[in-house]
Write a protein that binds this ligand. Structure first.
Ligand SMILES: [Zn+2]
Length: 303
């Protein structure tokens, strides 16, 4: 009986996220919230991420690997072509490299081709690692969950005149090591990049205004987000904060912005980088609203 029950639970856990999406073309906020809660629980140790393995942080090489495998499988199941980026970086100095291990990691990356011929790519993503001894629910399981949900919604669009790349970065908490390595690789690839949108922390909204912050946006992206914020009645604040993955791409001259909760206005999780950054502190209505807002912007860029 217990075996059967386990089987039913496992079967449903796999199918629920996809069934909810396939029933209707447009995903409403309630569906989004159910799907996002499911992903968030796996990333924060509320539910097993794989078989019966629970992860309470995403900081050690083992936990990061379990997370990367889960994310790769998710993207592959929803129809994206997974092409993960493995990197190894030096400590910046040959002498240090003799004593310290080089940094190893995996940026989970996948491609969704345009439905018409296009050389242009829109890239979006979020870091999946967490600070040590921290479940990293808001920082940054929320950003990862938002990115996965948008990946699914984009796949459902009948037409897209640009390609998409989603990247879930490793080792942001170790000095944006993952995104720096990725940005360098991207620059060398010579790919035509339309724009880059990175999301870090999207789960706290104490004043319930659904407001967001955009960080160091290029003038074009600033205008794009502000126009849409007005259209959807989302309060938006522009700041010059560069302490996340967007900075890695700005440094190499990409058309980039960072997106987050209202950090500069202090409407942001007080539990950042502590063991209290837990699943139960996440505002899921806010996460779903921000997901829909960013999705609508991406949609407008490809139709
Ligand atoms: Zn973060």
């Amino acid at each position: 009986m217990k075996q059967l029950l386990l089987k039913i639970i496992r079967y449903n856990l796999i199918l629920i996220p996809f069934l909810s999406f396939t029933q209707t073309d447009s995903v409403n906020n309630l569906d989004t919230i159910l799907i996002q809660k499911e992903i968030m629980m796996k990333l924060t140790g509320e539910k097993p991420i794989n078989e019966n393995i629970y992860i309470t942080q995403r900081a050690s090489p083992e936990e990061r690997k379990l997370t990367a495998d889960y994310l790769s499988n998710y993207l592959s199941k929803i129809g994206w072509k997974v092409e993960n980026h493995h990197y190894k970086t030096t400590n910046g100095n040959l002498f240090l490299d003799l004593f310290l291990q080089p940094m190893n990691g995996v940026n989970v990356s996948a491609i969704l081709p345009a439905t018409t011929k296009s050389k242009e790519y829109i890239l979006f993503g979020s870091h999946y690692d967490s600070e040590r001894n921290c479940p990293g629910a808001i920082d940054n399981a929320t950003g990862v969950t938002l990115s996965l949900t948008i990946a699914y919604k984009l796949m459902q669009l009948k037409t897209r005149n640009k390609n998409f790349i989603v990247v879930l970065f490793d080792q942001e908490e170790d000095g944006t090591v993952g995104s720096k390595a990725y940005a360098k690789m991207l620059k060398n690839s010579g790919k035509e990049i339309h724009s880059i949108h990175t999301i870090d922390m999207m789960g706290w909204d104490d004043d319930n205004n659904l407001g967001i912050e955009i960080e160091l946006p290029s003038p074009i992206l600033k205008n794009l987000y502000q126009r849409n914020a007005q259209k959807y009645n989302i309060p938006i604040q522009v700041t010059k904060i560069g302490s996340s993955d967007h900075q890695s791409f700005i440094d190499l001259g990409f058309n980039t912005l960072g997106i987050t909760e209202e950090y500069a206005k202090r409407d942001t999780t007080p539990y950042i980088h502590t063991n209290m950054d837990t699943y139960d502190t996440v505002n899921f209505e806010y996460l779903a609203s921000s997901t829909e807002f960013i999705f609508q912007i991406f949609k407008s860029l490809v139709q």
